[in-house]
Ligand binder design. Structure first.
Ligand SMILES: [Zn+2]
Length: 283
């Protein structure tokens, strides 16, 4: 009788204790991730960066050279989730832009931020303008200092060259991701030396933990002065395997010495998170 009573009372208790123990083990053994997940996606020779905050805000910055970005989004977003809060186009070159055409067709995009460059109207920019208009997407022209709030104190801040350099790479919209008052990541688009010089002269605080290296690591981006101001601890280079441009350039890689560098042609998609101890880490 006493045994039966004990058996009735104990099993739920034992299950509860086991689950509690497992929960404590999981909590202690896995570093707690907070804030956001940022992916520099492996889209070949091009650029596409996806950001998802802890609160569920989703941002895509550039879309790569083709529809490969859709496969990458399917991996990171739930199948039923067909919406994005924000799409940023850094500049209208096909290696950043073409994948976004399919994104605008297949996802409900609430807002687009870009920097229309006068006298650069071509078939790509015409198609872009038409898609934004036909899908009734709210469009904002990027301006230096503008912020896009992501909730919980985090936000994106933009830099747009003024006056325009008129070379599309150097008219890239540059985005910084901030968590509270701290800059986590600077996304440089295809910015090269001329735009870097303008950004440095603007006096903007660009000190950031991480850097999405400008222009796929080309010889004419990531100057010593620029890297000294950003002072990144880690960097990601979005670059295609065996690309014909010779990206990333060996001299640029030399200038990045001392910074932990992840290349999409070598490791695939680079996923970064901010851990509870406040540092940006690769997942
Ligand atoms: Zn590019």
């Amino acid at each position: 009788m006493a045994y039966k009573k004990l058996k009735k009372v104990s099993w739920p208790l034992i299950v509860f204790l086991v689950l509690l123990n497992f929960g404590i083990w999981v909590t202690l053994s896995c570093p707690h991730k907070v804030g956001f997940v940022l992916q520099v996606m492996d889209v070949g020779q091009g650029d596409a960066t996806f950001i998802q905050t802890a609160g569920g805000r989703q941002v895509l910055i550039d879309g790569g050279p083709d529809s490969k970005v859709l496969q990458d989004l399917n991996k990171v977003m739930p199948a039923q989730d067909r919406s994005l809060d924000l799409v940023v186009l850094t500049h209208p070159h096909s290696d950043h832009m073409t994948g976004l055409f399919e994104v605008l067709r297949r996802y409900r995009v609430a807002e687009v931020i870009d920097l229309p460059v006068p006298n650069q109207v071509n078939s790509l920019t015409r198609q872009w303008d038409e898609l934004i208009a036909s899908h009734h997407i709210f469009r904002v022209k990027a301006r230096t200092g503008d912020r896009y709030e992501l909730g919980d104190g985090s936000y994106l801040e933009f830099f747009a060259p003024t006056p325009l350099v008129t070379d599309l790479n150097n008219d890239s919209v540059v985005t910084t991701l901030h968590d509270a008052s701290h800059c986590e990541m600077l996304l440089a688009g295809d910015m090269g030396f001329p735009e870097e010089t303008q950004l440095l002269a603007s006096g903007e605080d660009i000190h950031c933990d991480g850097l999405k290296v400008g222009h796929h690591g080309s010889a004419t981006s990531s100057s010593v002065e620029f890297l000294q101001r950003v002072e990144p601890r880690l960097a990601a280079i979005s670059v295609g395997q065996g690309n014909s441009y010779g990206h990333p350039n060996p001299d640029t890689l030399k200038r990045l010495t001392g910074i932990t560098v992840w290349r999409t042609d070598l490791v695939g998609t680079v996923t970064l998170e901010r851990s509870a101890n406040g540092t940006l880490e690769r997942q």
